[in-house]
Design a protein around this ligand. Structure first.
Ligand SMILES: Cc1ncc(COP(=O)(O)O)c(C=O)c1O
Length: 362
């Protein structure tokens, strides 16, 4: 590969004695992290070092103007081979570049992205939890590092990857509140990118919703407040009659890797599926006439989160109990089994985390 990666293995692993059985999401980090810096028009100084603090100048552009994008992906230990495997790493690599392009940032060559992720996971494989539903969550991130207060694209960037063991994200069905005032994304904006700023915009509304007893917000479109978009950090699905519906991805909706996988698996099973604009009014009408059978969110962290109830304009609509649902639970099991290498798939989604770095093989 064009990029060589230097590896500094930690002398103080924090792995031993760590209890994986009750991990809060995103607070425990594995021993190593990958770093590359972009300057003079290319990615340079690629290295894996012990996980730890980084320093930056107060004028670092990312913290002022928000040129910062990230990914969230998972590795598991394959139930078949006992070796670490990644789920759809190539698609995550493509998506981070879609995000980079929208924010005027340099893309990360696929070979560099994959080598970074594979090497890191191979090195930290002792950190991959093996209990069902748990995984090593991997966080690639790219951000602007120029020291400058001018509002313009940065000339320097950092690409980092680090990881940590996680359990199930939402252990129980979620209660969702349909947005009435706030908007997550709008046409022509950056909603389809995994840009840090998108999340910042949702934090206060999500906090208000939490205070009212809801787990997530179901976002509506920003023009008419009519069409459902996404649910928190998940794509949203509804089952009406025998058809699975989800909004089409466009410039306001993140093209979720889990969403895409679900659409593929549903087609494989011959289940009717439509990716089309869905009015909130259509969901409410389906609930009233008894045809709204299921709703669930999909995402890397959550896999599938069943929706317990939705509240719209002060009215709550209870969905059937999960025990009566057919599609969401089936997908959750199927996808989890695929990721954990317990069930084969024919799409090339699950790949061994293999590093070509000689140092790692030692
Ligand atoms: C806003 C948003 N939508 C949808 C998703 C689901 O995407 P994926 O399935 O690729 O994790 C995520 C999580 O990554 C997200 O942050």
């Amino acid at each position: 590969m064009k990029y060589s990666i230097k590896v500094q293995v930690t002398e103080n692993s924090r792995r031993e004695g760590l209890d994986f059985s009750s991990l809060p999401f995103g607070r425990t980090f594995a021993d190593h992290m990958f770093i590359a810096d972009y300057y003079d028009g290319d990615w340079q100084d690629c290295r894996i070092v012990p996980y730890g603090d980084i320093t930056f100048a107060p004028s670092m552009m990312a913290i002022h103007y928000g040129q910062s994008v990230f990914e969230g992906m998972k590795a598991n230990i394959s139930g078949t081979t006992g070796e670490p495997v990644l789920f759809r790493a190539g698609r995550h690599s493509e998506r981070i570049n879609t995000s980079c392009e929208r924010l005027g940032m340099p893309t990360v060559p696929k070979e560099l992205f994959l080598e970074a992720v594979n090497s890191l996971v191979a090195l930290d494989k002792q950190w991959i939890p093996e209990s069902e539903g748990s995984a090593l969550y991997i966080r690639p991130v790219v951000f602007a590092t120029d020291e400058c207060l001018g509002v313009k694209v940065s000339e320097r960037y950092r690409f980092m990857v680090f990881s940590g063991p996680v359990g199930a994200y939402y252990p129980k069905p979620v209660r969702i509140l349909v947005a009435e005032k706030y908007v997550r994304a709008f046409p022509g904006g950056v909603g389809f990118a995994k840009a840090a700023g998108n999340y910042a915009a949702t934090l206060k509304p999500a906090q208000i919703a939490k205070e009212k007893g809801y787990d997530q917000i179901l976002w509506l479109d920003g023009l008419e407040f009519k069409y459902i978009q996404e649910c928190g950090t998940m794509n949203i699905f509804a089952v009406i009659g025998d058809t699975v519906l989800t909004p089409p991805t466009a410039d306001t909706i993140l093209d979720g890797v889990t969403r895409n996988s679900i659409l593929t698996l549903l087609k494989e099973k011959g289940i009717k599926v439509e990716a089309r604009p869905i009015e909130i009014a259509e969901l409410i009408a389906a609930h009233k006439n008894g045809t709204l059978k299921e709703m669930f969110g999909s995402g890397t962290a959550a896999v599938i989160s069943h929706v317990e109830d939705i509240t719209y304009l002060g009215e709550s609509y209870q969905l059937p109990p999960v025990s009566e649902r057919k599609i969401g639970p089936m997908l959750k099991d199927w996808l989890t089994d695929i990721k954990e290498g317990k069930q084969q798939e024919s799409y090339g989604w699950v790949t061994p985390a293999v590093s070509s770095l000689a140092e790692l093989a030692d």
